[in-house]
Design a protein around this ligand. Structure first.
Ligand code: NAP
Length: 267
């Protein structure tokens, strides 16, 4: 039996992780969500898959994460094999701003500052809270893996290569996540814990009106760097690739940031 906990499991990539992992009846899958009634799809999926447990877990709430860890511990006997930190905030109030928009604009600068703070809380400090809550269980498991979802947008080289101009708070938060993963790896290697940051690639999870145009624009941008780039993945395709990579991780990989393919090539 292998146990997995996935944060942000209500929709998108998180829900795709749950669906994929639950197919194997010997897996126990803990789906953490901030609102246990907001995802009818997850509720209905869990109702037909007894190996899926829905738990409340806002990643900005240490108390909720501690309660979720207690619930997991009661079911697994005190261990957690693989922690998948997927939840994140993707588009904040300043997502469309370019840094030069802030010059001489106090109002935009304030919105940008607030967005940066909120995004750091949601995507960076929340990663620390989540790791603190589940680390004691992970350390007691046999597999001892922690996977944190990052993005190619957290790599300065990628951002420069693609000429990516906006989503700055998000990019900063993912760069910080990569550094936290590297820093954690140095203090967890003696315990045999493997911690990595993995990008899912560009994945079609957004359903807003602007989403089709967004995916088309980003695809064209990426194709300028890599003409053979084929465009966004479905959540299911991305999860299949990431789980293949996670399955092959060894302690030698700890601290790395990698693509869904396990490489340094984000596209
Ligand atoms: N999609 C992409 O192209 C892409 C590319 C690179 C990296 N990523 C990364 O992949 C991960 C998943 O992205 P996605 O596209 O699936 O995002 P998504 O569709 O926007 O879903 C985000 C998920 O995170 C949850 N969440 C947000 N804040 C939370 C909090 N404070 N506590 C608990 N859950 C919270 C949301 O829950 P609610 O339903 O309650 O809002 C939702 O389940 C993220 O880390 C993202 O940065 C995505």
């Amino acid at each position: 039996m292998t146990s997995y906990a996935i944060t942000g499991a209500s929709r998108g990539i998180g829900f795709a992780f749950v669906k994929n992992l639950a197919q194997n009846p010997s897996n126990t899958v803990f789906a953490l969500v901030r609102n246990v009634t907001s995802s009818p799809e997850l509720t209905s999926f869990a109702a037909s898959h007894p190996n899926v447990h829905i738990l409340k877990g806002d990643i900005t709430s240490p108390a909720e994460l501690a309660a979720a860890a207690t619930s997991i511990s009661e079911i697994t006997g005190g261990t957690l094999d693989v922690l998948i930190q997927n939840a994140a905030s993707l588009f904040g109030d300043a997502a469309m701003f370019k840094l030069t928009d802030l010059v001489g604009d106090a109002e935009k600068t304030e919105i940008f500052g607030n967005d940066l703070q909120v995004t750091i809380q949601q995507n960076v400090m929340a990663m620390v809270h989540t790791t603190s809550a589940f680390l004691p269980l992970v350390k007691k498991s046999n597999l001892k893996k922690i996977v944190v979802l990052t993005s190619g947008l957290g790599d300065p080289k990628g951002v420069v290569e693609w000429g990516w101009k906006d989503s700055v708070p998000y990019c900063v938060s993912k760069a910080a996540v990569n550094m936290l993963v590297a820093s954690y790896s140095n203090v967890l290697s003696d315990d045999g814990v493997t911690i990595v940051a993995i990008s899912p690639g560009l994945v079609k999870t957004q359903t807003q009106d602007w989403a089709p145009q967004f995916y088309e624009t980003v695809t064209k941008l990426f194709q300028k760097s890599k003409p053979s780039y084929e465009g966004p993945l479905s959540p299911e395709e991305s999860v299949e690739l990431m789980l293949g990579t996670v399955g092959k991780l060894t302690v030698k990989d700890t601290g790395r940031s990698m693509s869904q393919y396990g490489t340094d090539d984000w596209l």
